[in-house]
Design a protein around this ligand. Sequence first.
Ligand SMILES: Nc1ncnc2c1ncn2[C@@H]1O[C@H](COP(=O)(O)OP(=O)(O)O)[C@@H](O)[C@H]1O
Ligand SMILES: [Mg+2]
Length: 429
Amino acid sequence: MNGNVLVRIDEKQYGPLSHTELRTLVRNGKFAPHDYIWLEDEGEWVPADQIKELDTLFRPVVQHESEKKIIAVGSGKGGVGKTVLSSSIGIGLAALGNEVVLVDADFGGANLHTCMGILEPQYTFLDYYTLQRESLEDILLDTPLNNLKLISGASGILGLANPKYSQKLKLVRELKKLNANYVIMDLGAGSSLSVIDFFIAVDEGILVTSPEPTAIQESFDFVKLCLLRKVQQAFRNEPEVLALLEVDGINSLSQFSAPVDQLLERAQKISSDIASSMEQIITSFRPRLILNSVMEPDEIKEGVAIKTAAAELLSIDIDYMGYVEYDEDVHESVKDLRPFIIHNPRSKAARSLARLITVKLLQKSSIEGFLEKRRMRKRISMTAKEYPSVENLESKTICSVKCFYWDDCEYQNGGHPCRIRHLESLFHS
Ligand SMILES: Nc1ncnc2c1ncn2[C@@H]1O[C@H](COP(=O)(O)OP(=O)(O)O)[C@@H](O)[C@H]1O
Ligand SMILES: [Mg+2]
């Protein structure tokens, strides 16, 4: 169903209406699931609740802000598993009945849609900005799970605009308006402001790292920069405090190396009020940590090493959620364009992640967690049967003017399917 639609409410016909206008009617209670839509292809009126593309319009409304949580998944080093973990966490939470929206906020290398088996997203963030859509709901993509939606990323949009802190906060506020219990943002790697500002603005930040020494070092630097940026933003109107950080930009922030307790001592010299609010900002920053791609039991303690270093040098308490093993199944799942938790729910990695979701993220007790894990696996196994397989996806020709690469595509004249380009990012990461 594309473009504008004709609707029939109480035997009266209206339209053509855009998707946004239709959504407004639903929000205002003027258009109900039993009202009709004209389907041009069928040549007949069909009740709206029988049209799959419209099911986002009528999903149960998550009313209270307290029922909504935005989780950002970030990392210092690239290629450590943010995207594979985000997609599987999204599926796990949705399998337990939550309304979930996965958001590809890696504006430098958007590939979450590919990981979810969507080769040619109908909408991306670009549509939200360029077509000035009213709400992010208008660019939600369906996934094989009814209650899991996806916002596909578009490379370069935020980079182009070089958004201010306030603009990033605005996007987070828009995400908060989505009809979802959980919004999961898959961030880009590294310590640029476009990543850090999202990580500190959301309800919960999950840091992903692998056990390699470079990744551990970069994770620590990432946490340090997040903390300093948080302090910098909180005291942006206090020149004396900013002087303590000796900075006015992130490059200098990264050079700040004094332990945080010394920073607090210096703040105390300015005033005890400033010192106590700084202390509050520092203690309220509690990032979570997942150690991914663990090969040897010995590596598990690398997570504890970051936690200890952060406590001693930054005075913050990292919540080390646990680890996910290195598992060939994860590797296979990426090639099959299926999140690993659905590719093989019994794989080592899938079981470990299921435990982290139920016991750590949802904070279920051991017995409750055990039951939830079983429930999750059952629902995921049912969904797995309907999930599109890579063979189905590959047999479809996906060459299209809507493709990101259309303007500089080397393949279109030969009729070569441009899936090669779509998959590029997977092979380079
Ligand atoms: N637990 C794991 N076991 C095996 N391979 C993994 C695991 N986690 C990630 N990978 C591999 O690492 C690659 C990069 O993961 P990805 O999620 O794209 O990283 P990021 O989003 O952090 O850049 C994946 O394509 C996958 O092959
Ligand atoms: Mg990624």
